[in-house]
Design a protein around this ligand. Structure first.
Ligand code: ATP
Ligand code: MG
Length: 401
């Protein structure tokens, strides 16, 4: 019975001159998310986004299912409601309420003998002959007409069923439910970033969090072939593919760190290896980002989680890149990251155990405090590492996931 979806978004985020850009991005994203539904039109009408079939026909229940689940990925969306759009006339509204309310009442009657309801009408066309109160009364008569007088109550505060109705100059509509969207800002409304994506739990969650703030993510993953298997890369490809379902798809850069790890293994003190690897990862990431005009890196680091994430080690690693590094999970507990990973569908993909590049030649007890001067002494032992970085970057593979 629904022939349109009304989408609401945060006014605060889209104030001022940028409003148009935010709305355009959101419309583009919704088109992409709903691309599997035929002949759809997404348009902006007075601070709301509307989704309809081009011919204004009804959505099938399958289409509605798809819309409800896909709009959960439309960042920037505060809430949305499937609506019955009609002519801006009382008779049309009465017919819409009469046809649609039954299923909501019947559902409420499944768990109680007496059902309370209310009609909430809003009228923006002040020339309409009835005011909001009068519209509510007329629609309440229709809604109640199918049931015994004793089995329905009107309750203006805590009704079991609320019939929402809005009357505008050009059209009117009726709806029953408001579904929360994911919030945030439309992905693509801020500059893209380069995300360091491992097969772990945290980095995909970090990507989600930053996409939700409007940044598209390109992905960079490190493997250590032949010391890590092809599964390591395949797993990250799958995760990147899933993350791409939240944005217009971006690329995955696949980089073999093994030659650098061997150089570090052969020349440096074992307990500093992890920090040394990670500084090289950051250097490579910065160069890849600059080459592709990305202005920030992103990681899933969280203070204190592992040896390389102590404050001293993070400071030393951070120093290797002369670029903004975003760490959305810096203060997040692992349990909370896991909960979010489950919600966004990456947990199942991440929990599969495959070897990670960082653990190749890993020492039994990595340093938890590797100050910069110490690490600079270690790096001074590495012959021609700058040249090796260039070679490694030249051999990066690019994959569309
Ligand atoms: P995750 O669960 O994301 O793997 P983690 O808790 O295992 O994180 P680390 O392995 O120390 O922590 O990695 C910290 C961050 O460094 C990751 O979140 C990710 O951004 C980046 N990183 C680690 N390994 C890789 C890799 N092989 N390729 C790309 N980035 C990586
Ligand atoms: Mg990891």
């Amino acid at each position: 019975m629904y022939n349109a979806i009304i989408c609401r978004y945060h006014e605060i985020a889209i104030k001022g001159n940028n409003r148009n850009m935010f709305e355009t991005r959101m419309i583009e994203n919704i088109y992409h998310l709903l691309r599997c539904i035929d002949s759809i039109r997404v348009s902006k009408v007075r601070g709301r986004i509307w989704i309809e079939h081009k011919d204004r026909s009804r959505f099938s229940s399958e289409e509605l299912e798809v819309i409800k689940s896909q709009l959960q990925k439309a960042f920037g969306l505060e809430s949305f409601s499937p609506v019955i759009m009609t002519e801006p006339a009382l008779e049309a509204l009465q017919e819409a309420v009469s046809k649609s309310c039954r299923q909501y009442f019947d559902k409420a009657f499944e768990s109680r003998q007496v059902v309370s309801f209310r009609i909430r009408a809003k009228r923006s066309d002040k020339k309409f002959p009835l005011d909001s109160k009068q519209i509510e009364i007329e629609l309440a008569k229709v809604a109640g007409s199918n049931y015994d007088y004793d089995s329905l109550n009107i309750d203006l505060e805590n009704a079991d069923v609320t019939v929402w109705c809005e009357l505008r100059q050009e059209f009117a509509f009726v709806y029953y439910e408001t579904i929360r969207g994911p919030g945030g800002l439309p992905v693509g409304s801020n500059s893209p970033v380069l995300a360091l994506l491992s097969g772990g739990i945290d980095s995909p969650v970090a990507c989600y969090e930053i996409m939700k703030r409007g940044c598209r993510c390109d992905f960079l993953t490190f493997h250590s072939s032949p010391y890590t298997p092809q599964d390591t890369v395949d797993k990250v490809k799958t995760i990147a593919g899933h993350l791409n379902s939240f944005q217009l798809p971006r690329r995955l850069f696949i980089c073999n760190l093994a030659p650098m790890q061997k150089l570090i293994r052969d020349n440096c003190t074992p307990r500093f290896r992890t920090v040394l690897y990670r500084r090289m990862m950051f250097r490579i990431a910065e160069r890849v980002a600059r080459r592709h005009k990305r202005f920030a890196l992103l990681t899933g680091e969280s203070v204190g989680q592992v040896a390389s994430q102590t404050i001293v080690n993070m400071a030393t690693i951070d120093n290797a890149a002369n670029m903004l590094v975003l760490r959305p999970l810096v203060g997040t507990d692992k349990n909370d990251a896991v909960a979010l990973a489950r919600r966004i569908g990456t947990y199942q993909l991440s929990k599969q155990q495959v070897p990670d590049s960082c653990t190749v030649f890993a020492p039994p007890s990595p340093a938890t405090s590797a100050p910069l001067f110490k690490i600079e002494e270690e790096e001074a032992k590495l012959p021609e590492w700058e040249k090796l970085i260039e070679e490694i970057i030249d051999s990066i593979e690019v994959c569309e996931c």
